[in-house]
Design a protein around this ligand. Structure first.
Ligand code: SF4
Length: 125
């Protein structure tokens, strides 16, 4: 059976935030309207077929002025991997000091995306 649907999205590819209307058939985008440039089409297609997000969380840090280090993926990863990625990151513990932007985990779950520190944490005195 052929299923059709209409999805409303806000394009987040630039600050203009165009409201997109996407016709979806059998889970695939067939037409996009409301976009003011081609990036809106690329965004809508990606959002329907393989939505991706930046993952932000914390991991344990030893010997620092705080006990949790805020981290994030350097690039967006598939939303389908979010729970698995959170479970994986719970296994990690790093030692202070850590610099803002330092790679904490390389190639998270084989995605090719690194996890980096979102802040600097100095050693506790
Ligand atoms: S469709 Fe183009 S102009 Fe509109 S928000 Fe997306 S990138 Fe910006």
């Amino acid at each position: 059976m052929n299923t059709s649907d209409k999805r409303e999205l806000i394009c987040i590819s630039c600050p203009l935030g165009c409201q997109l209307s996407v016709d979806v058939s059998d889970g695939k985008p067939v037409s996009v309207s409301g976009n003011q440039c081609k990036r809106g089409i690329v965004y809508a297609e990606s959002e329907i077929l393989n939505p991706r997000r930046i993952l932000t969380t914390t991991i344990r840090i030893k010997g620092g002025v705080v006990s949790q280090l805020p981290v994030r993926t350097k690039e967006p990863i598939s939303k389908d991997l979010m729970m698995q990625a959170m479970r994986e990151l719970r296994k990690y513990e790093v030692n202070a000091p850590v610099e803002l932007g330092e790679v904490i985990v390389s190639d998270l779950l084989g995605t090719g995306v690194d996890v980096i520190a979102s802040r600097t944490v100095v050693k506790a005195e």
